[in-house]
Write a protein that binds this ligand. Structure first.
Ligand code: ADP
Ligand code: ZN
Ligand code: ZN
Length: 736
């Protein structure tokens, strides 16, 4: 009797190992013994869902100790081998438990043991290549032979429907062919819903756009990374649309990632008007069933273009032909909890594994991507000119020193607003702070509303009559009197968008003010409704947070005012300057996108700050080059490689104990990796927990990963680990 194989099962628990099980009792279905199949297993005293990741002939444990699988949940794996291998790589790269990684990649509907109702298409196909000995085996099974010969000439894979038409009682011989490993079950089916490309509204590409499109098109069916570095309004979206056309002609699918779908209905409608119903979207606003349906459709090749946010990167495709990431510099591509992956970074690996091109587009490329241009696989595609007739906006500063402002708006800024409105053009005012006011203070005793769990000011939300901590979400009723001295003279300090809106209504009673921030767009379709109010024939004021900065195309906005540029200039994080520059450039890019020229004014107390100067006088490319030089000189990412261990607990001492234990273990490894800390996190207390961190920096990525790989199993077992919640962040985006 032959031994049954041993199955390696990844289970979603925080351990960095796989578990071994035997096939289900009496299981004959070899078809089930495939990596990627979900199974139900006994785990301790409970049952858990796991995924087969490997099939080995012998266990390191005695066989009697292994339990059999309780149940197979799938007939065919949801992930093919290539996809599974990529996910294995993701798990290794982020040093994140395999089970948790695979479950992050699965739609929520598949993380439960109920199989979703959405019908799985099941098809049959020959396992290729067909060996000559295969047919010999069939000489004594005429029915199997007949079926086999027919499958050889049929349009493979074949459906149940087709089989029912051609063969009576095909199920039994098919089972025989599967057992002989001549046939396999697949969910693949030929792509039948080809996208229709509507030429109608497409503008003729300019030379720069044309060059970009043809470079990428030439690389189809090969791996290559393209950084589409185009100033705002240079027509990047038009380039994407044209690149996609070729991919679809080649019967391949497209994955298009963007920061937030709800924020860019315009982009979506441009895609829809060109590619109609062959587009599916995937984003956080969908429920689990909706998501699963889209996921499955993409996997089976029934949808040709998937537009999605970060987690859409995990969707398996039937035949993916290109990945495009718009606004590649955006922070939202990095997940900040659980599996802390960068969708952009793992997308590059995925493209390389599938041997397809990837396009990263931005008007303000990340320093990581710019430094990647050193690699031979990266190509720089530059769009210097604005598309159509639009000109670059003129940017200037408004010096706030020696100006006494009672409302954050300088006379120069107000004047510009008036002039713009008088021409029936639109004004965009950027204030990256939602709520009414960022602080509340008692005029009598100096008491401030501070979050007791975070030690930070609470934000006043006047409309809702509440004060809210923007760090942990804690909220209270807006106090009517000071809790300390009972006086009723409680005053708001500073301006948020809600207060600015009220002020603007007073100053410009005739003008429609459209406020766009998280509070005004939280309800379904609210963003849509607000954007629809923007009337290009009218003078209006658009007021908003960074939500307004991203990707919108407002042709009648000719003046952009940045109310407070100083927030970002002196941030603690090494990336805060980069972010500020990106934000200013993106917001400024909303000005003058139509035929009329645009103007940008930045209010600041530091008009001579070198970052502002270089940004205004020379633009983002010069800024990013000098920022890169600084990083190189300081030996910081992207010139070195980083990982961060963060801890959180009820006592500061627990954090330091654990991180010092870790430091000891790291030091014993004699590695060249530099250890910085442990040190308190910039926000030392959040939601009642103390937070501490240890930063690892290395000249060599492989040495950093080697150190982590060698030591993580030891760290998990530390006694001090039990008293803290801790996490590992490879390539952290928030360094401090
Ligand atoms: P980006 O994504 O780089 O900000 P868009 O693709 O949104 O730029 O293009 C900006 C505007 O210019 C859009 O209104 C678009 O329709 C228009 N546009 C793009 N390419 C061309 C072109 N080649 N000729 C004329 N107009 C164009
Ligand atoms: Zn008081
Ligand atoms: Zn708080």
């Amino acid at each position: 009797m032959t031994h049954s194989p041993v199955l390696q099962i990844a289970i979603p628990i925080p351990f960095r190992k796989v578990f071994e099980y035997l096939p289900a009792n009496g299981d004959e279905k070899i078809a089930h013994l495939k990596p990627g199949i979900r199974v139900k297993v006994q785990f301790g005293r409970t049952t858990k869902i796991g995924i087969i990741t490997g099939i080995i002939s012998e266990s390191t444990y005695p066989r009697e100790k292994l339990k059999p699988i309780i149940e197979y949940l799938d007939d065919v794996p949801f992930f093919d081998e290539q996809h599974l291998n990529w996910l294995l790589w993701v798990s290794q790269y982020y040093h994140h438990p395999l089970g948790e990684t695979l479950f992050t990649a699965l739609p929520v509907a598949l993380r439960k043991d109920k199989i979703p109702k959405a019908d799985l298409i099941k098809n049959w196909q020959l396992i290729t290549p067909v060996t000559s000995s295969a047919t010999k085996n069939l000489s004594r099974a005429p029915k199997q032979l007949a079926l086999f010969n027919w499958l050889k000439i049929a349009d493979s894979p074949v459906s149940k429907h087709t089989l029912d038409e051609k063969f009576e009682n095909w199920a039994t011989p098919m089972k025989g062919l599967i057992e002989k490993k001549l046939v396999e079950i697949t969910t693949a089916e030929p792509i039948n819903s080809k996208a229709i490309y509507r030429h109608g509204s497409a503008p003729t590409l300019n030379d720069e756009q044309h060059n970009a499109v043809s470079k990428v098109n030439a690389a189809i069916h090969h791996f290559g990374a393209f950084l589409l570095d185009g100033v705002t309004g240079s027509g990047k979206t038009e380039v994407y649309l044209n690149i996609i056309e070729k991919v679809i002609e080649a019967d391949q699918q497209v994955l298009f990632l963007l920061p937030e779908i709800g924020l860019t209905p315009q982009l979506l409608s441009r895609f829809k008007s060109r590619y109609g119903d062959s587009i599916s979207t995937m984003h956080s606003g969908m429920n689990d069933t909706e998501r699963y349906k889209v996921w499955n459709n993409v996997r089976q090749g029934n949808t040709q273009i998937l537009i999605g946010t970060r987690s859409a990167i995990f969707t398996p495709f039937k035949s993916l032909g290109i990945i495009i990431i718009d606004e590649e510099h955006d922070l939202s591509f990095k997940q900040q909890d659980g599996l802390r992956y960068s969708a952009r970074d793992i997308a590059i690996t995925r493209a390389s594994q599938l041997n397809i091109p990837i396009v990263l587009g931005s008007a303000t490329p990340s320093l990581e991507s710019l430094s990647n241009l050193r690699k031979p696989t990266f190509t720089h595609l530059i769009l210097k000119q604005r598309a159509g007739n639009a000109l670059k906006p003129r940017i200037g500063t408004i010096d706030l020193t020696n100006q006494k402002l009672d409302n954050n708006l300088s006379p120069q800024l107000l004047n510009q607003i008036k002039l713009t409105l008088a021409r029936d053009e639109q004004v965009l005012l950027f204030l990256n702070r939602r709520g009414f006011a960022p602080a509340m203070i008692c005029q009598d005793c100096g008491w401030c509303a501070v979050c007791s769990r975070c030690d930070r000011h609470m934000t006043i939300h006047h409309q809702r009559q509440r004060i809210i901590c923007h760090h942990c979400g804690a909220e209270r009723k807006l106090p009517a009197q000071c809790p300390q001295c009972s006086c009723i003279d409680l005053r708001p300090v500073g301006f948020g968008t809600e207060r600015m809106e009220q002020l603007l209504i007073k100053l410009f009673p005739e003008t429609e003010i459209i406020r766009i921030d998280r509070d005004t767009t939280s309800r379904k379709n609210a963003m849509h409704t607000l954007l629809a109010k923007i009337d290009n024939n009218k003078g209006q004021i658009l007021l908003g947070t960074q939500m307004l900065a991203k990707g919108h195309d407002f042709p009648n906005v000719t003046f952009v005012g940045i109310i407070d540029a100083d927030q970002g200039l002196f941030g603690a994080d090494m990336r805060s300057a980069e972010r500020m520059a990106q934000l200013i450039t993106q917001v400024a890019g909303r000005a003058g996108r139509g035929d009329k020229p645009g103007k940008v004014a930045i209010q600041t107390l530091h008009p001579n700050h070198p970052l502002l100067q270089i940004l205004i006088n020379e633009g983002y490319p010069s800024f990013s080059q000098s920022a890169l030089q600084e990083r190189q000189a300081a030996q910081l990412p992207p010139y070195t490689f980083a990982a961060m261990i963060r801890t959180e607990s009820t006592q500061l001492g627990f954090n330091f104990q654990f991180l010092n234990d870790i430091k000891m273990i790291f030091t014993e490894q004699n590695s060249s990796v530099e250890l910085l800390g442990p040190a308190p996190s910039p926000m030392e207390r959040k939601a009642g927990k103390f937070r501490t961190q240890l930063l690892l920096l290395s000249q060599s990525r492989s040495q950093l990963h080697q150190l982590l790989g060698n030591t993580l199993p030891l760290l998990e077992k530390l006694k001090s680990a039990k008293k803290v919640r801790w996490s590992l962040d490879v390539d952290p985006m928030e360094m401090s």
